[in-house]
Design a protein around this ligand. Structure first.
Ligand code: NAD
Length: 415
């Protein structure tokens, strides 16, 4: 009976490392069965007066290292299996960057574009009414994710505080700055990835000016990391979004590309650039490839054509497991998502710390601390995996799983 809640995808993800770590049944259970799963439906009055029921989830996977932490996504295809896997990955991500947190994730089955702003506000507040007894600064701390943003976090916090009758800003992160959000939160994922790349490029003796970068995805993460790396002197030779891609072998002026995209709404027709398809961008002969758009972009179909020396996974799960094996055989170094894109959750942690102290840091203080957390995690990883040809994903999983199991052991939950 107790196995009913097992997360099959989590099982598959730890399969390779469970053999290396010789995990026993109790350890496997901790890593594949979430601690708490909430599934619920709640009514929302639409603008038309009609009442619609929405399905919501919150999974708190493991809290041995601290309160659980993870985003809330709005998507019509949200489902419990996906939320369980994402909550498991948050557990590992927080352990990798040494945050005193466990992992969680939540979501509502809703296509947000089909609802008015007022309806979305009522949906957000309805969700919090269902989970308010299970979240809080010392229990579980939600944040934005796919299709949710600081405005939605503000409504959610307000609903929580109304229900509790007191201020509690540390309950939710990713808030607007006026409600206790942190400086630099909006580009923290990209800045964290840039610090990781910089640290690793250095170990490869790749100097920014001589390092070419191809980047897939030009949204929040892609545009910001392009801007940062360009400012640091890296040569960004290609960028793309869902509609088109552009290429210049001598490097694109990213500030001008951003202006061009903001004015024209597209990347194509940028001066001194050639159009390039997304498929060709991934296979370009650039030193660094950064997938920053969607999952499953590098698969067994195109992995053998990848020519980059180093791949920085800014998107979540852009490389399939089969493609991962092919890249490893080709000695292409992959910096996995659970470290590369952890900058957002690190600054979420800083937001929670600032809310708890009621004392706020400057942008410089936030970025200095972010740099320390990200570079320390890279150094720690290098110790686990001293040979750069080794499998970084396996090393990160081993490192994170050991931390979670150590906490469980110290609590007396494991022999
Ligand atoms: P976003 O919606 O702001 O941007 C996504 C970008 O990808 C857009 O430019 C879009 O045009 C482009 N895109 C979509 N389909 C594409 C395709 N087929 N080919 C090329 N480009 C395509 O999203 P985001 O917040 O920048 O997130 C990007 C990725 O990073 C996602 O995988 C997300 O889960 C991950 N991530 C984001 C954060 C964060 O803080 N925003 C944190 C961790 C991980």
């Amino acid at each position: 009976m107790e196995k009913d809640n097992v997360c099959i995808d989590c099982y598959n993800q730890i399969d390779k490392v469970s053999k290396v770590l010789k995990l026993g049944q109790a350890e496997l259970d901790i890593l594949t069965i979430p601690k708490r799963i909430l599934t619920f439906s709640f009514p929302v009055k639409l603008d038309s007066g009609e009442i619609r029921y929405f399905t919501g989830y919150r999974v708190q996977f493991n809290d041995s290292r601290g309160p659980t932490k993870g985003g809330i996504r709005f998507h019509p295809e949200v489902n419990l299996e996906e939320i369980k896997t994402l909550a498991f990955l948050m557990t590992l991500k927080c352990a990798v960057v040494n945050l005193p947190y466990g992992g969680a994730k939540g979501g509502i089955m809703v296509g947000p574009k089909r609802f008015s702003e007022q309806e979305l506000e009522r949906i957000s507040r309805g969700y919090i009414r269902e989970i308010n007894g299970f979240i809080g600064p010392d229990i579980d701390i939600p944040a934005p994710d796919v299709n949710t943003d600081s405005k939605i976090m503000a409504w959610m916090l307000d609903e929580y505080e109304k229900l509790k009758g007191r201020h509690a800003p540390a309950t939710i992160t990713g808030k607007p700055i006026a409600l206790g959000g942190s400086k630099a939160r909006d580009f923290s994922t990209s800045m964290g990835g840039a610090y990781v790349l910089h640290e690793f490029a250095d170990s490869f003796d790749m100097k920014p000016k001589k390092t070419s970068v191809a980047l897939q995805g030009f949204g929040n993460v892609g545009m910001n990391i392009a801007r940062i790396l360009h400012e640091w002197g890296y040569k960004i030779v290609a960028v793309s979004d869902s509609k088109s891609g552009i290429f210049n072998k001598d490097g694109l002026n990213i500030k001008d590309v951003i202006n061009h995209k903001q004015k024209s709404g597209q990347l194509s027709k940028f001066k001194n650039s050639k159009n390039i398809s997304n498929e060709d961008l991934l296979e370009l002969k650039a030193d660094v490839l950064i997938p920053a758009a969607l999952e499953d972009q590098i698969t067994k179909k195109n992995a053998s054509n990848i020519k980059a020396k180093l791949i920085l996974e800014m998107a979540n799960r852009p490389i399939t497991p089969e493609a991962d094996d092919i890249l490893l055989d080709k000695n292409i170094f992959v910096m996995p998502d659970i470290l590369a894109n952890a900058g957002g959750v690190v600054v979420s942690y800083f937001e929670w710390v600032q809310n708890s102290m009621n004392f706020y840091w400057s942008e410089k203080e936030v970025l200095d601390k972010l740099k320390t957390y990200m570079t320390n995690a890279v150094k720690e990883l290098s110790k686990v995996c001293t040979d750069f040809k080794c499998d970084m994903r396996k090393s990160l999983y081993i490192n994170a799983i050991n931390k979670v199991l150590e906490a469980e052991r110290l609590r007396g939950n494991l022999k």
